[in-house]
Design a protein around this ligand. Structure first.
Ligand code: NAD
Ligand code: MG
Length: 384
């Protein structure tokens, strides 16, 4: 079997660590020439060793000498975003697994598309902020393909396999509801950081865990779905499903619902994106519906969770508004984590930035950088 040469970006994060397990389980299938991250240099070096990588890269040049000293013999140290773009575009790489948190993944993903690579995309901010540019790049480079890793979108992707575009009426993402699913609006507004970090079903990075509590994660995912599955022109919906067994459903024109179910373990969607259209046997636990006993579904409460209003506004308008929503949310979450604002103020900040926004269609990366910076500075200045 010819090996798939995978570049792992964001190797030290929550997704990066799950991906390392998958990649090291199937060494006969994968070669991992490059592992990259920004910081956590010891972990990055350990990952390079585990995956026997020829190159390890930190995007922050200040960490270069620390990385160089920590790497095993045979692994070259590299640094900087330009170098990252050069390597992911080179012949050494077939597939780019992007699990960089935030919008820093946009440039390497666009470069990989332009070089005709397969991209396994975990970084939802790439589609949220730059979905129009990414889709234009995919159209212009038909040999490139992009496969979602986010569990709900992987569920949609798996459910869509082989279906005619005009058969799909609605794409439905599920949401666990997070730790505040049954809380009153008043209680949510004054929730503490520890309460927001107490996710009932998934173990994830800190930022995405807070986004799950505010439902901004689902807001980002609705926009992500709008761009990932644009060609289906389907309605987008969310079902709150506390058991997190069903990750997504699609509703077909005859009323049939097709659902994808699995345990809450990111190794599944990661492995599927890396081996698609094949499937591998995973040493993960299997989902037992009998043990689970019951599955519940509720319509989301848009009054207690204004994140859905933001999402549908961003989905409908497109342009730079989703980028502004994402940037405002990132700043609001930082301010909440720093103890500067209440949980409820996260919504007020996003609302203010989005309501004042002057929207325009996506044109360039420079334009998105400027929109991102403007939304961040406005979000920092919002008086509460
Ligand atoms: P994390 O914070 O645990 O890890 C982030 C990784 O990105 C680290 O390796 C970090 O070094 C790297 N990074 C940060 N800034 C960087 C930069 N400027 N340049 C290069 N690398 C940089 O995050 P995570 O929870 O693993 O999430 C990663 C992405 O996957 C996010 O976009 C998230 O929304 C998405 N996602 C995560 C989960 C999950 O279960 N954690 C599920 C679905 C989607
Ligand atoms: Mg998800």
């Amino acid at each position: 079997m010819t090996k798939n040469n995978v570049a792992l970006l964001g190797a030290t994060g929550s997704i990066g660590r799950s991906a390392t397990v998958v990649l090291s389980c199937y060494k006969e299938r994968f070669n991992v020439p490059l592992v990259a991250a920004r910081s956590s240099i010891k972990e990055l070096a350990a990952c390079a060793k585990e995956l026997n990588s020829a190159m390890a890269l930190t995007t922050d040049k200040a960490f270069y000498s620390e990385l160089s000293a920590a790497l095993p013999q045979g692994t070259a140290a590299l640094s900087g975003m330009e170098k990252l773009i050069e390597v992911v575009s080179s012949d050494q790489v077939d597939t780019v697994l992007c699990a960089i948190i935030g919008t820093a993944g946009i440039r390497p993903v666009l470069a990989a598309i332009e070089a005709g690579k397969t991209i396994a995309l975990a970084s939802k901010e790439v589609m949220v902020s730059a979905g129009e540019l990414v889709n234009a790049a995919l159209k212009a480079n038909p040999q490139a393909r992009l496969i979602p890793v986010d569990s709900e979108h992987s569920g949609v992707f798996q459910s869509l396999a082989g279906r005619a575009k005009n058969e799909v009426e609605t794409i439905i993402l599920t949401a666990s509801g997070g730790p505040f699913r049954t809380w009153s609006a008043e209680r949510i507004a004054s929730a503490t950081l520890a309460e927001a970090l107490n996710h009932p079903t998934w173990s994830m990075g800190k930022k995405i865990t807070i986004d799950s509590a505010s439902m901004m994660n689902k807001a980002l995912e609705l926009v992500e779905a709008r761009y990932l599955f644009e060609e289906y022109n389907a309605k987008l919906d969310v079902l709150v499903h506390p058991q997190s067994a069903v990750h997504a459903l699609i509703e077909l024109t005859d009323g049939s619902l097709i659902a994808q179910c699995a345990i809450t373990d990111m190794k599944l969607p990661i492995a599927y994106a890396l081996t698609y259209p094949e499937r591998v046997t995973l040493p993960a636990a299997k989902l037992s519906l009998a043990e689970m006993g019951k599955l519940e579904f509720f319509a989301p409460d848009r009054k207690r969770f204004p994140a859905f209003d933001f999402a549908y506004a961003a989905v409908e308008s497109g342009g730079t508004l989703p980028c502004a929503m994402n940037a405002a949310n990132e700043v609001a979450v930082e301010r909440f984590c720093a103890g500067e604002i209440t949980f409820g103020s996260i919504y007020r900040i996003i609302d203010k930035v989005m309501s004042d926004w002057h929207n325009e269609p996506q044109k360039s990366l420079e334009q998105l950088d400027a929109a991102d910076a403007e939304a961040r500075s406005k979000a920092r200045e919002v008086k509460l």
